[in-house]
Design a protein around this ligand. Structure first.
Ligand code: GAP
Length: 442
């Protein structure tokens, strides 16, 4: 059984991963702040993604586009007209639902009568400058993708790229969701990791399959159990307005199978829509086409888009890593996070905090290790309690300094998953940990 999201939420709050936002004012519905460990986890997820999709490939570049964009982007991308969900209200209890998320035509809360569905646009609106009229209207981007499309030529020409190639981006997106909830699974402000991969028309179906396989394997390589992941083909009626085909990667949460990433074949929809040669586009000043030097022809590339949510992905990693075990008659909670994702790689623990020589030695070890990996020092409890805390936040290694260490310059290294302990000389500690962690990880 997948662990209940409430359990993860409580661990996240207790251990400094994720807090309710604006808590001192009673919070803000479904809005969350990442704490000291949460920001590390999220950074590690983003780093692992960037490493896999940009650094370890030959055909990718990165960008970081603005959140605020010219309003015409959202007109011609189709979001102004179609980025909407059907909203219904209960006439009795006044609760609000997404019509496509409920079964039947009665209120799921009180059984009352519902209003007719009306379409509700999910884009957040704000104004640029001091005058708040229609000419100053701008949106908070609901996807990062458009920042890549409108920069297609900038990237292609400055980086002298030939098809196929892709552009990656990580950044915030905003959607005024009708029913946010399930902890960080559905929120109104979230982060996306998106790739727009530009290919020759006709090769798109092949590239689609390759990306689906690559992205599925990324999760498995980072420790997600394959039986908790599946690929699901979207039905024709579910497809976004731009998509010819979409496969979702879903994770088995306690709320059921739920999307953490979608891989879409967006065809040439976006580049074509944003081009001045599009007869419907009255505002664009450029044609977003690729010039083929060999054939001397302009081609509008097709686009394969793997689009993942940072928050949902981080949540899936947390849920999958969560284990409760019985150890010598006691419950042990341990996050078996992949070492690349663990917020802290090593904790240095003095066995006796009232022995200054031990404390000094432990602090020195931490200082020596910290340029190579995220290391912490902790002496705020008994050794058993300190181990339990590190297990619960997923720290792969604990290093204990004891009385004997002062004599023999050796320390104990404890492995989070096996709880096995080895003695190792301080001189060899760094090299050992770097090897176990698969390299330096800052
Ligand atoms: N550019 C394509 C696109 O945005 P999407 O399926 O709407 O596609 C991609 O979103 C990913 O963004 C989802 O798979 C999910 O991980 C994340 N996401 C979307 N809406 C979200 C929300 N309200 N809260 C958290 N994550 C969300």
């Amino acid at each position: 059984m997948p662990v209940d999201l409430e359990k993860i939420k409580s661990l996240c709050k207790r251990r400094g991963f994720i807090f309710p936002s604006s808590e001192v004012y009673g919070g803000l519905e479904s809005t969350w702040d990442y704490g000291p460990l949460g920001v590390e986890l999220k950074n590690n997820v983003k780093r692992a993604w960037w490493q896999a999709v940009v650094y370890e490939r030959d055909d990718m570049e990165g960008v970081d586009a603005a959140i605020l964009m010219n309003r015409w982007v959202w007109k011609y991308s189709g979001h102004e007209d179609t980025f909407s969900d059907p909203l219904v209200d209960c006439k009795e209890c006044k609760r609000r639902f997404r019509n496509d998320h409920i079964e039947g035509n009665k209120c799921p809360g009180c059984g009352g009568e519902l209003t007719e569905p009306r379409m509700f646009n999910l884009m957040f609106r704000t104004f640029m400058g001091p005058v708040q009229d229609d000419s100053a209207l701008v949106y908070l981007r609901p996807e990062t993708a458009q920042g890549i499309f409108v920069n297609f030529l900038n990237v292609q020409t400055t980086m002298r790229r030939k098809l196929p190639f892709g552009v990656a981006q990580i950044g915030k997106a905003f959607r005024n969701e009708i029913t946010p909830g399930n902890f960080t699974f559905r929120t109104r402000e979230f982060e996306q990791m998106e790739i727009e991969y530009f290919v020759r028309p006709g090769t798109d179906e092949d590239w689609f399959e390759r990306w689906v396989a690559d992205r599925f394997n990324w999760y498995v390589n980072l420790g997600i159990k394959p039986e908790n992941l599946r690929k699901r083909e979207q039905g024709k009626e579910e497809l976004a307005h731009y998509a010819k085909r979409t496969i979702d990667i879903e994770y088995l949460f306690s709320i059921g199978w739920s999307e953490i990433e979608g891989i879409a074949n967006r065809t040439d929809f976006d580049l074509r829509s944003h081009s001045k040669s599009n007869p419907q586009n009255e505002h664009s000043v450029a044609d977003l086409a690729y010039f083929d030097e060999q054939t001397k022809e302009h081609v509008i590339p097709y686009v394969i888009e793997p689009s993942a949510g940072v928050d949902r992905t981080a949540l899936a990693f947390l849920v999958d890593a969560y284990h409760e075990e019985q150890v010598r008659g006691e419950k042990r909670v341990v996050l078996k996070l992949h070492k690349d994702l663990a917020p802290i790689k090593v904790a240095i623990l003095p066995l006796l905090r009232n022995r200054p020589e031990i404390v000094e030695m432990a602090r020195k070890i931490k200082k020596d290790l910290q340029p190579a990996m995220r290391a912490v020092y902790d002496d705020t409890g008994s050794i058993g309690r300190l181990y339990r805390r590190q297990d619960e936040i997923g720290t792969p290694f604990c290093v204990t300094v004891d009385v004997q260490s002062l004599d023999d310059q050796q320390v104990t290294v404890r492995d989070r998953d096996t709880m096995e302990q080895i003695r190792i000389s301080v001189d060899q500690l760094k090299a050992y940990l770097v090897e176990q962690l698969g390299g330096e990880c800052k």
